[in-house]
Design a protein around this ligand. Structure first.
Ligand SMILES: [Mg+2]
Length: 320
């Protein structure tokens, strides 16, 4: 039962919905929450009830039309890799590159005059390895490495991670079976997808406890899908994409950035500077233009794009 001071008449000093939710047990809270939502819905006029649905529909149609009519002579295509054009694998080195994807990327790159880049947390050497023999413009290490054209070596933008912090993080791999380590110099990634499920949170807790011992302005902690990465400051996908867009053949084009993870949000954030388009994969991200459901959907869209077939991408509006 609710405490005595709880009032059900909707009046008085403690009649606010939030207060009532705090005062009751979880089941009562849920019932009250539904009642609050119902009450709010009934206060809306019919027009205000349907307006969001109409707006969502037109946002979706706008995106479908704009993606269908992409002018590849004026566009740049920027693609995250893991979880975006490749399915997530148990470990980074077990990813599978579908046989047709390389050909698709080559055709799409040709059609954009070379303005197609891979933008990943992986080092560029790793990107080249998994897509070999294909070499594309790339951003690696979450922006620490940048290569505007395949003809040049990549340039470093990241500084080395604190040695003591790195040493202590490396010790975690010896404490938990299944933790995979990626030492990129400017960052250290700990993959815990293979750690027993009940111990995964212990890995996260251990990383957080170590990081607490260092000044917040000395590193950045990135959280991905079963991976934590601690990196030095001063670069991210956003800074790198901004720089990439200043080089030919990207300069002056309208970018379309597609990514699935929280680390891609830095790149989403710079798209408005170039009147560009942000598209997520899988999850909903506030304020972006749209969403693909799966990496397979992204690959299908790229395939149609590269062949200039009529495109009806399996997108859902971001706000839907
Ligand atoms: Mg990703």
């Amino acid at each position: 039962m609710c405490p005595p001071k709880f009032r059900t008449d909707g009046r008085g000093p403690y009649s606010g919905g939030a207060w009532r939710l705090l005062q009751c047990n979880p089941l009562q809270s849920y019932a009250l929450f539904l009642r609050e939502v119902g009450n709010h819905y009934r206060t809306l006029t019919p027009a205000r009830r349907t307006l969001p649905l109409v707006q969502s529909f037109f946002r979706k149609m706008d995106l479908l039309v704009s993606l269908e009519s992409i002018d590849l002579d004026q566009s740049a295509i920027l693609l995250d890799i893991d979880g975006t054009i490749l399915d997530i694998a148990p470990t980074p080195h077990e990813v599978h590159v579908p046989p047709t994807l390389r050909d698709t990327l080559v055709r799409a790159s040709d059609r954009t005059g070379g303005a197609l880049a891979l933008v990943s947390g992986r080092p560029i050497g790793d990107i080249d390895y998994i897509f070999a023999p294909l070499v594309l413009p790339a951003v690696g290490g979450h922006g620490a490495e940048i290569r505007p054209t395949p003809k040049h070596d990549y340039e470093m933008r990241g500084t080395a991670l604190d040695r003591d912090l790195k040493r202590r993080l490396l010790e975690i791999a010896t404490l938990f079976e299944g933790v995979g380590v990626e030492d990129k110099g400017y960052s250290l990634a700990l993959h815990y997808r293979l750690v027993l499920e009940e111990r995964g949170l212990d890995v996260v807790d251990a990383v957080f406890r170590i990081c607490k011992d260092y000044p917040e302005d000395s590193f950045e902690l990135l959280s991905g899908k079963a991976v934590l990465e601690v990196k030095s400051l001063g670069f991210d996908k956003g800074t790198a994409v901004r720089e990439l867009m200043s080089y030919p053949p990207f300069r002056g084009r309208t970018p379309i950035f597609i990514g699935d993870d929280t680390t891609d949000e830095a790149a989403f954030a710079v798209m408005p500077e170039f009147d560009g388009c942000s598209i997520a994969v899988g999850r909903k991200v506030p304020g972006i233009n749209g969403r693909f459901q799966t990496p397979n959907d992204v690959r299908g869209w790229l395939e149609r794009l590269s062949r200039s077939e009529s495109m009806v991408p399996p997108l859902v509006a971001a706000a839907s």
